[in-house]
Write a protein that binds this ligand. Structure first.
Ligand SMILES: [Zn+2]
Length: 79
């Protein structure tokens, strides 16, 4: 008596957890798609919304002496 309900509740919790996992996965995909700025030298990816300043810092820190365009040839610089 009563045990059936508890089990049902537990199953509902599991289902909710599974649904949450799916949502997290699709969010991950969105994040992957948004990472479309990639360093040509070390293949590190950056969000497309990243600021040029941050990319310049990456070049300075990781590839001292390299041109900005050598690392990010497709990035539209705002000069
Ligand atoms: Zn790099």
């Amino acid at each position: 008596m009563g045990g059936g309900n508890a089990q049902k509740a537990a199953m509902a919790r599991e289902r909710k957890k599974a649904a949450a996992g799916k949502t997290a996965n699709s969010q991950l995909k969105v994040n992957e798609a948004a990472k479309n700025t990639m360093c040509s030298v070390c293949r590190q990816t950056f969000l497309m919304t990243i600021r040029q300043k941050a990319l310049e810092e990456h070049v300075t820190n990781k590839h001292a002496g390299k041109e900005f365009k050598a690392c990010f040839p497709t990035f539209v610089t705002s000069e």
